[in-house]
Design a protein around this ligand. Structure first.
Ligand code: E4P
Length: 250
C-alpha cells in the first residue's frame, strides 16, 4: 500500500542507501535525502572498515562520501540529496565554496549544506549566484532564517533552511516554535526559501512539521517506519470502514 502524500516532502536523514530503499518500500516514495559526515560514518561499510583498523585519508573520506551519495541519488525524487561541506570555525566562505563546487558536480540532484554562520551565509550567497542549490543547516533561530532569506534572494532554485528541532528541544527550547515562527515570517516573502524540518527525533516532531506545513521534513528511517506503520493502519481502517475488501488494502 502506498501512503497518501502530505504537503511536506519526505526526506531520509541517513548515510546508507539500503535504508533509503527500505523507507521507499514502506512509504512508496522518498522525495529526498539529507546526509552529513556523522551519518556517513555510520554507513555499515564505513563502520566495517573503521572497525578493521582502516584509517581514512581526507581524500578517501571524500571518495567514500561521493560513492554513497551517488548510490542514493537515483533513489530519491525532486527534493534531491543534501551533501554537507566540511567546516569548522576557521573555514572561510571561499573554502566552503571550493568544496561545494566539487560536491555539487557529484550528482545531478545535489543540494550543498552550509552552516547558518557568517561564512556559511556568504558561501550561500556566492553559490546561488553560480546556480549551486543550497540547504542552510544548523538553524537555531529566526534571525538565522531571516539572514538565509536575505543572503539568497534572487535564487532561481528553492533554497532550504533547516531548523534543528531535536537539538533545540535538547537544550530546553521548543523546536516546533521555531518552525512556526519561520513559516509565519516567510509568509510575507517571495517563497524562495523552503523550510526543512531537521534533527527530527520523534513521530511528534514529524506530525508537528506536517501540521505547520513545512515544505520538507527529514527524519531517520526508524521515525519514517513508525509513521508508515501508523499511516497504513489508519488507511486500512478507513478503507475497511468504507466496506472495501481486505485484499484491496494490502
Ligand atoms: C539534516 O540535514 C541534519 O544533518 C540532521 O537532521 C541532524 O540532526 P541531528 O544531528 O540532531 O540528529
Amino acid at each position: 500500500m502506498s501512503i497518501r502524500r502530505s504537503k511536506t516532502k519526505v526526506l531520509v536523514d541517513g548515510g546508507d542507501p539500503q535504508e533509503t530503499v527500505r523507507v521507499k518500500g514502506l512509504i512508496g516514495f522518498v522525495d529526498g535525502q539529507t546526509t552529513n559526515p556523522t551519518l556517513i560514518a555510520r554507513n555499515p561499510e564505513v563502520r566495517q572498515l573503521i572497525s578493521s583498523g582502516h584509517k581514512f585519508s581526507t581524500k578517501e573520506e571524500l571518495d567514500e562520501y561521493k560513492k554513497i551519495v551517488q548510490a542514493i541519488s537515483p533513489l530519491v525524487g525532486d527534493a534531491g540529496v543534501s551533501i554537507e561541506v566540511f567546516a569548522d570555525f576557521d573555514t572561510t566562505a571561499e573554502q566552503m565554496l571550493a568544496q561545494s563546487r566539487d560536491m555539487f558536480a557529484w550528482i545531478p540532484n545535489a543540494y550543498v549544506k552550509y552552516p547558518c554562520t557568517h561564512e556559511g551565509l556568504r558561501a550561500a550567497q556566492m553559490s546561488v549566484r553560480e546556480g549551486i542549490r543550497v540547504n542552510m543547516t544548523l538553524c537555531f533561530s529566526q534571525e538565522q532564517a531571516a539572514a538565509v532569506y536575505a543572503s539568497t534572494k534572487g535564487s532561481t532554485d528553492p533554497v532550504y533552511v533547516s531548523p534543528f528541532l531535536g537539538r533545540l528541544d535538547d537544550r530546553g527550547e521548543d523546536g516546533m516554535d521555531l518552525v512556526r515562527n519561520i513559516k509565519k515570517m516567510y509568509e510575507a516573502g517571495d517563497g524562495h526559501v523552503h523550510v526543512l524540518a531537521a534533527s527530527v527525533r520523534t513521530l511528534n516532531h514529524l506530525l508537528g512539521a506536517f501540521a505547520l506545513q513545512a515544505e520538507l521534513a527529514t527524519a531517520p528511517s526508524k521515525v519514517w517506519e513508525e509513521w508508515a506503520a501508523g499511516s497504513v493502519h489508519c488507511q486500512k481502517r478507513i478503507l475497511c470502514t468504507k466496506g472495501q475488501t481486505s485484499s484491496a488494502t494490502s
